[in-house]
Design a protein around this ligand. Structure first.
Ligand SMILES: NC(=O)c1ccc[n+]([C@@H]2O[C@H](COP(=O)([O-])OP(=O)(O)OC[C@H]3O[C@@H](n4cnc5c(N)ncnc54)[C@H](OP(=O)(O)O)[C@@H]3O)[C@@H](O)[C@H]2O)c1
Length: 286
């Protein structure tokens, strides 16, 4: 039996991923911001479910740190971490930490969670980190001098940037964690009929609703996550981008080493402002 930690399991791809991992006989630790929704998901898992709910709001770095501490207090090792939660935010929103919400929920918070859990992953069996990116990364136009979008906010570009950052993050992890035998990959789940984009109103909201019935279902959308979580390839390969359960080539912008370095610096700077430490210093020696 393996132990998997996954963010955002109350709907969509995360829900079906949690169900699939659990159905394969594994323990699932679900990190969600809405306790009622999370408990409902847990109650619907077949008994004995081996499912645990931990509160984690990705818009609040202290909440993420607390969630990681709870995982560390209960488990000595974990085998799978899936940075799944994420989404697009129609109107610009700042978090209580003072960062643009899309950037914080998709990138900063998963960075904190991941680095906090590396010591546990290092004790896991064939440990792996899976991060949900998107084909939207191809539309990214990152401006590292304006990550809080003070010069204007375009929801899709901000989302595309965040999904590009997910690719940099997976690549960074694959390099930094090689000595610990931890793999790290990113993936695109498909264009899936989930809660994604549900916060749009007006014309865009109307068109999203119109399109949804033609998209793949969340069960199908979870297949690449499940492949990387449960099959050897998810451990044997690292630093790659997957789509339809296969390695795929990201846009060339995903190979920009100076962007990758700058992202890490900008992320750590912001995390240090709030948490007063650098989580990337937690990486143990082999
Ligand atoms: N759907 C697609 O076509 C598509 C395509 C490419 C990539 N993706 C990626 O796939 C991943 C899963 O998305 P999905 O399509 O399954 O969307 P979804 O149905 O909207 O699910 C998103 C999950 O993230 C959670 N979440 C949102 N904000 C959160 C926060 N502040 N703290 C903690 N959890 C939070 C949601 O919780 P609540 O229930 O509390 O809102 C929900 O469980 C995302 O990273 C997305 O970018 C999706």
């Amino acid at each position: 039996m393996k132990t998997a930690v996954i963010t955002g399991t109350t709907s969509g791809v995360g829900l079906e991923t949690a169900k699939g991992i659990n159905a394969a006989g594994n323990t699932v630790v679900m990190l969600n911001r809405n306790p009622e929704k999370a408990e409902k998901v847990k109650s619907e898992m077949p008994e004995p479910s081996h499912v645990e709910c931990i509160h984690c709001d990705l818009a609040d770095l202290q909440s993420v740190k607390k969630a990681a501490d709870q995982v560390k207090a209960k488990y000595t090792g974990i085998d799978i971490l899936i940075n799944n939660a994420g989404g697009i935010i129609p109107q610009k929103q700042m978090t209580k930490d003072g960062f643009e919400l899309t950037f914080q929920m998709n990138q900063l918070s998963h960075l904190v969670l991941t680095y906090e859990l590396i010591p546990l992953l290092a004790k896991g069996k064939e440990p792996r980190i899976i991060t949900l990116s998107s084909e939207a990364h191809r539309a990214a136009k990152p401006d590292f001098d304006d990550l809080e979008c003070e010069n204007g906010y375009a929801s899709f570009t901000t989302y595309a940037n965040a999904k590009l950052f997910n690719l940099y993050f997976a690549r960074q992890l694959s390099k930094e964690l090689k000595h610990l035998g931890i793999s790290a990959n990113a993936l695109h789940p498909g264009v899936v009929n989930t809660g994604f984009g549900d916060d749009y109103t007006g014309v865009i909201g109307f068109f999203i609703k119109l399109l949804k019935p033609f998209l793949i279902g969340p069960k199908k959308g979870a297949q690449t996550s499940l492949h990387l979580a449960l099959h050897d390839e998810g451990y044997e390969k690292s630093g790659l981008y997957f789509k339809n359960k296969k390695v795929t080539k990201p846009h060339k912008i995903a190979y920009n080493d100076s962007f990758e370095k700058r992202l890490k610096e900008e992320s750590i700077k912001r995390i240090q402002q709030i948490l007063k430490y650098d989580p990337t210093e937690n990486v143990p020696d082999a």
